[in-house]
Design a protein around this ligand. Structure first.
Ligand code: PLP
Length: 448
C-alpha cells in the first residue's frame, strides 16, 4: 500500500480568481518569464497591514508597525509600506537602502540584527533611524560615531528574554543595566527611546510577559523619551485548516515521505490563532489585577512597536513551477518522482531540515482523465537532497511535463531567503499582480 497524504493549503480569493479566470495568462507568464515564477500581491499585504492597525485601535493603545523586510525582497511590499505610512525593520545596508529608495522615511525605519557595521550605523545616524542596540560594544561605537559627527542617535536597547537564555541576541540583565547607565551619562548624544526583544516560537503569553517587563524598564529609566517597547515579530500564519493539521501531526510517520525521511520539526501550519488575532491576544493579556498589557501601555503613554514579517505576507504570494519530467514508479513503488524547473533553493523551508507542507496545486495544461496519482516533487539539480516536497502527495490526476505546480502562500520567507544561482541558473523573476474588474494586471516587481 502507498502511504500518501493530503494537506490542502488555505487559498485567498485572488488565487482562486487567478486559477479560475486567468489560467491562460498564468501559463503565458511562466512561458515568457521562466520557471519558477513568484507572483506577489501587494493589495493583500496592505490588507494585512490594516488588520494589525485595527487591532491597535481596538485595544486603544498607540502602536506602530514595522515590516520585517528580510521575509521577502520584493520591491512592491516595501513600496506598499511607504504608501501605508508604516515603517520597515531592516538588518543590513542593502535593506536600508531599499527601504529609503522606496520612499520610507528614515525615522520610520528600525534597524535590528547583531553587530551592525560602522557603515550601517553611520547611515542610521544620517537618516535618524531607530537602532535596536544588541551589545555594549555596539552602543559604545554608536555613541562614538554620533559624537564625532555631531549627530544624535535614536535607539532601543534589545534585551535577552529570560525564557530564551540561549539566544545569541540581546543584552542580558547586567549588560542592560550598564547600557542604561551609559545612556543616562550620554543623554545629549544618545536618545534612548525604549527597549526591544524578539522571541523565537509563537507563545503569546511569553510575548506579553516580556513586553510588560520592558514597560516597567521604561518607567524605571527616568528618561523622558524612553517610552517605546518593540515586541519583535513572530505572529503565526495559518496555512491550513487547524483540524486537518492536527490529524496529520498525530498520524505522521516516515513512510509518508520519500526515502523515509524524518525532519527536525515543522512550522505550526495549522495555527489556531494567527496574524492580527495574535496581536489581539497579546494586547488583551492580563499583566496585573484587572489590567491588560494594552491598558498598562496606554496608561503610561508607552508606544508598542511590532515587527511582523511572515504575517504581513500571509496570502500575498504564490510560487509557480513548471514540470520538467516525471519518473512514474506508481506500479513499482506506488508513487512518482516529479522534477520541476527550479529547485528547493526556491522554497526556503527545505533548507532548515524541515518541509513546506501545504499541498502544491496541480494546473494540468492538457486534458486527461481523473485518476489517483501520488508524487514527490524534486528540483532540477544534481543534489540528492533537492526535493521541494518529500511528502508523498495525493493528486487527483496524473502529472505530465509542461503542467504547473503552484505552491501557495509562499511570500513569507519561502521565495527568496535561500535562493541561489546554483548550476548557473538565473534567479527567479517576481511579478506583482493586481486583479481588478475581471482583469489580470501584472508588472515585473522591479518595475512595479
Ligand atoms: C528582530 C526580528 N524582528 C522581526 C522578525 C520577523 O519575524 P516574523 O517573520 O516571524 O514575524 C524577526 C525574525 O527573525 C527578527 O529577528
Amino acid at each position: 500500500m502507498t502511504h500518501s497524504s493530503s494537506l490542502p493549503g488555505l487559498r485567498h480569493p485572488w488565487v482562486d480568481r487567478l486559477l479560475n479566470q486567468h489560467q491562460r495568462s498564468l501559463t503565458e507568464l511562466v512561458n515568457g518569464l521562466g520557471s519558477p515564477l513568484h507572483l506577489v500581491c501587494p493589495a493583500v499585504f496592505s490588507a494585512n497591514v490594516e488588520a494589525f492597525q485595527r487591532s491597535f485601535v481596538r485595544a486603544q493603545v498607540a502602536g506602530s508597525l514595522l515590516f520585517a523586510k528580510k521575509a521577502n525582497k520584493a520591491g512592491c511590499f516595501i513600496k506598499a509600506c511607504a504608501l501605508k505610512g508604516i515603517g520597515v525593520d531592516v538588518a543590513s545596508v542593502g535593506e536600508l537602502q531599499k527601504a529609503l529608495g522606496a520612499g520610507v522615511a528614515g525615522t520610520d525605519i528600525g534597524v535590528s540584527g547583531p553587530r551592525k557595521t560602522d557603515q550601517l550605523l553611520k547611515l542610521c545616524l544620517a537618516h535618524h533611524c531607530l537602532v535596536a542596540v544588541d551589545s555594549l560594544d555596539e552602543l559604545h561605537r554608536l555613541h562614538a560615531l554620533a559624537q564625532s559627527r555631531r549627530q544624535t542617535a535614536r535607539l532601543l536597547l534589545r534585551c535577552l528574554p529570560q525564557m530564551q537564555p540561549g539566544s545569541r541576541f540581546g543584552l542580558n540583565t547586567q549588560e542592560c543595566e550598564q547600557a542604561l547607565a551609559f545612556c543616562r551619562q550620554h543623554s545629549v548624544t544618545l536618545e534612548l527611546e525604549g527597549f526591544s526583544f524578539h522571541l523565537s516560537g509563537y507563545d503569546t503569553q511569553q510575548r506579553a510577559q516580556v513586553a510588560n517587563q520592558l514597560i516597567d524598564l521604561c518607567l524605571a529609566s527616568d528618561l523622558e523619551g524612553c517610552r517605546s517597547v518593540n515586541l519583535g515579530g513572530g505572529f503565526a500564519v495559518r496555512y491550513m485548516d487547524p483540524e486537518q493539521w492536527q490529524v496529520f501531526m498525530d498520524e505522521q510517520y516516515p513512510e509518508l515521505f520519500h526515502g523515509g525521511k524524518d525532519f527536525a520539526g515543522f512550522y505550526p501550519y495549522g495555527a489556531l490563532r494567527a496574524g492580527a488575532e495574535v496581536l489581539d491576544d497579546i494586547l488583551a493579556s492580563p499583566v496585573g489585577p484587572g489590567l491588560t498589557l494594552a491598558q498598562k501601555a496606554s496608561n503610561h503613554d508607552v508606544r508598542l512597536i511590532i515587527e511582523p514579517g511572515r504575517a504581513l505576507l500571509d496570502q500575498a504570494g504564490v510560487s509557480v513551477f513548471r514540470v520538467q519530467g516525471v519518473k512514474d514508479r506508481s506500479a513499482s513503488e506506488g508513487y512518482a518522482l516529479v522534477t520541476v524547473e527550479g529547485s528547493s533553493f526556491n522554497l526556503s523551508e527545505q533548507w532548515f531540515n524541515s518541509e513546506f507542507l501545504p499541498d502544491p496545486l496541480l494546473v494540468a495544461t492538457s486534458p486527461r482523465p481523473l485518476a489517483p496519482f501520488v508524487a514527490c516533487i524534486g528540483g532540477a539539480t544534481c543534489l540528492e537532497s533537492d526535493l521541494l516536497t518529500w511528502r508523498k502527495v495525493a493528486f487527483d490526476r496524473p502529472i505530465l511535463p509542461g503542467d504547473l505546480l503552484i505552491y501557495l502562500n509562499t511570500a513569507g520567507y519561502q521565495m527568496d531567503s535561500n535562493e541561489s544561482p546554483f548550476h548557473e541558473v538565473a534567479l527567479p523573476q517576481k511579478v506583482a499582480v493586481e486583479l481588478r474588474d475581471q482583469h489580470f494586471h501584472w508588472k515585473l516587481d522591479n518595475l512595479a
